[in-house]
Design a protein around this ligand. Structure first.
Ligand code: ADP
Ligand code: MG
Length: 624
């Protein structure tokens, strides 16, 4: 051992920081891999910078960072050929960890390893999460500085002395402890390197590439490079082709369809942000996944949960974001109040809206073609973000039963003349199911009304939002009332019935209605003309929407638990109705038949009631 051996106390005010590191940082153990490799990359880049400004005049040579596992010695080593450290630098950057009120802080952020590591620049010390001893062997790029070895076994004492080291740079040698043996497994380290280091800006090698020879896997001479040092988002948008963007997407999400569109983020003021956001193709609502965006800081992977950083509705996008300005190592609640994060979030929202508007303006056919997949993002944004609504209201599309697309303004122009009711409200008719509501759509078409299709997952909320935003406008489903009442043009013909007459009629039709579980019918009367259906079954718009929304939220609640309630409107002008009412005694079957047909038309006739209906119908058929 060298006579110059120095021992000392690591400058922490807490008596012993290492048990704390081990204990509290348990869940995020693997982070040390990221920290140590990125330190090695930093050191290499620093040397490149020194070379570029002419301070370092030597030969940079191969700067590949090398990670290796030694099974026998039970060590994991990270080696670089970067700037290295002089003994003064070890003293300054490794030995003096500036802790203030460390206890308080550790207590507060017990659960959040990232918080502690980042806050105190504990990057290097995270090595102790998995090691019983850590060695640093380092030689500075400065010609006259001797190589140094630093050693620490996890107590606050370290030793440091001069050694021989041929090459410039740093080896960090971790003696992995028994509880963390997994970090000696090659596949484990390789998967961690792929996760955290995949896009680091300096090559990282983990052993050699292997190939199959004579039925077994053998090592080749070629380094097994883990990372792409020049990922798509770091390149200039002008240098990127569509194929480049799609290829990068496929690298990130190997099993996905091609993306619809992408946005290349590239700002350096007032904050630094690069990245590529992709609109994924949505095959059906079920495969909508949040947390597909990966967040990087200077090409170091940080997380794939970006809530709080991008607006909620954009968490449905895919891609990468890279920003050294996002405080990565703090708790989520802090993140949400951070000024930079807010600015970034606003910026991204604007970028996304601008991009969509641009495609809409320049290539409407393409926009329409992809609308079915895009719709969910745009509607989500509209519902949840006022700023986004302001922009998106110009390009959000609505589709009618003829599969024609309209902007909100275009559609208003289309229906204004014919679908304004007597109270000057503009009535938007819609269907949630073209087949089930076919008859109602047909009646609307007879009146030359247009009917929108609102069958998306978010459409109820979207419709609510539009009603709040558009003045004097209402949305009603085609089957929510009889056609004359959907858009009231004038006063309808008054129904003249005494209370007794009305009660008797209600009773007559009610008693002819088969019981349906959890379903109520409210019988009412209208004059709907001789040609109108004898009975129309409709469902009040407000009640239906409340119930649907309650169901989407799940759990027990007032609207969710209410029975389904339908209006059964009897047309007093119908000759058929007149006949059965005039001859009640002999019309029992006929009334049952009329009611059943109305139920059948709405898919409400089932089970025993359906079977009775079929039987009765057959009996009513003339034999000859
Ligand atoms: P940070 O990276 O945030 O500065 P770390 O705890 O990870 O905090 O590292 C502390 C310091 O130790 C670094 O800033 C650097 O000066 C020095 N250091 C760590 N690893 C290396 C390395 N491989 N080569 C040269 N210097 C290093
Ligand atoms: Mg670091």
């Amino acid at each position: 051992m060298d006579t110059q051996t120095q021992t000392g106390h690591i400058g922490v005010t807490t008596e012993n920081i290492f048990p704390i590191i081990k204990k509290f940082l348990y869940s995020d153990h693997e982070i040390f891999v990221r920290e140590l490799v990125s330190n090695a990359v930093d050191a290499s880049q620093k040397l490149k910078t020194l070379a570029s400004v002419g301070e370092f005049k030597g030969d940079l040579g191969d700067l590949t960072v090398r990670v290796s596992v030694d099974d026998k010695k039970k060590t994991l080593t990270i080696s670089d050929r970067g700037v290295g450290m002089t003994s003064e630098e070890i003293e300054k950057y490794i030995n003096q960890i500036a802790f203030s009120s460390a206890n308080d802080f550790l207590d507060k952020y017990k659960k959040d390893a990232n918080a502690i590591i980042g806050h105190f620049g504990l990057g290097f010390y995270s090595a102790f999460m998995a090691s019983k001893k850590v060695e640093i062997i380092t030689k500075s790029w400065k010609d006259d500085a001797p190589a140094m070895k630093w050693e620490c076994d996890g107590s606050p004492e370290y030793t440091m002395f001069e050694v021989e080291k041929a090459d410039r740079g740093t080896d960090i040698i971790l003696h992995i402890d028994d509880e963390n043996k997994e970090f000696l497994e090659k596949y484990k380290i390789e998967s961690l390197l792929k996760k955290y280091c995949r896009f680091l800006p300096v090559s990282v090698a983990f052993g050699k590439k292997t190939e199959w020879k004579d039925g077994k896997s053998v090592e080749t001479d070629e380094d097994n490079i883990i990372n792409d040092t020049n990922p798509a988002w770091t390149r200039k948008p002008a240098d990127m082709t569509n194929d480049d963007y799609i290829k990068f997407y496929k690298d990130l999400y190997p099993f996905s369809d091609d993306p619809l569109f992408w946005i290349h983020l590239n700002v350096d003021y007032p904050f630094n942000l690069t990245g590529i956001l992709y609109f994924p193709k949505v095959r059906n609502g079920i495969d909508l996944q949040k947390n597909k965006i990966q967040l990087y800081s200077n090409q170091v992977y940080v997380t794939d949960s970006v809530e709080g950083i991008v607006p909620e509705f954009l968490t449905l996008l895919h891609g990468v974001m890279d920003s050294p300005d996002i405080p990565l190592n703090v708790s989520r609640s802090y993140l949400q109040s951070d000024g930079n994060v807010k600015k970034i979030s606003t910026y991204i929202t604007k970028k996304v809206a601008d991009r969509l508007e641009e495609i809409f303006k320049n290539d409407r056919p393409q926009f329409e073609e992809k609308w079915d997949s895009l719709k969910i993002f745009v509607e989500y944004g509209i519902i949840s973000d006022e700023k986004f609504y302001e922009k998106a209201s110009k390009f959000v599309l609505i589709k009618d039963v003829e599969n024609k697309f309209y902007t909100l303004d275009e559609y208003k122009t289309l229906i204004e003349a014919n679908q304004t009711d007597k109270d000057k409200n503009l009535i938007y008719l819609y269907t949630t199911n073209k087949d089930e509501q076919y008859a109602y759509i047909a009646e609307a078409k007879d009146k030359a009304y247009d009917v929108l299709v609102m069958d998306g997952q978010l459409d109820i909320h979207f419709v609510n939002k539009l009603e709040q935003q558009l003045k004097d406008s209402r949305f009603v489903r085609v089957d929510s009332d009889v056609i004359d009442n959907l858009i009231k043009k004038g006063d309808s013909k008054e129904v003249k019935l005494t209370d007794d007459e009305r009660n008797a009629l209600v009773e007559l039709f009610k008693s002819a209605t088969p019981p349906i579980e959890k379903t109520d019918f409210i019988v009412g009367f209208e004059h709907l003309g001789e040609k109108g259906n004898p009975i129309t079954i409709t469902q009040n718009e407000f009640m239906r929407r409340m119930k649907e929304m309650a169901e989407m939220q799940g759990g027990m609640n007032f609207y969710g638990d209410m029975p389904l309630s339908y209006n059964m409107t009897v047309n007093l002008d119908s000759p058929l109705v007149k006949r059965v009412v005039d001859d009640k005694e002999n019309s029992k079957d006929a009334i049952g038949q009329i009611v059943d047909l109305a139920l059948l038309a709405n898919g409400l006739l089932k089970g025993e009631a359906l079977s009775k209906f079929v039987k009765r119908s057959l009996e009513m058929m003339p034999v000859n």
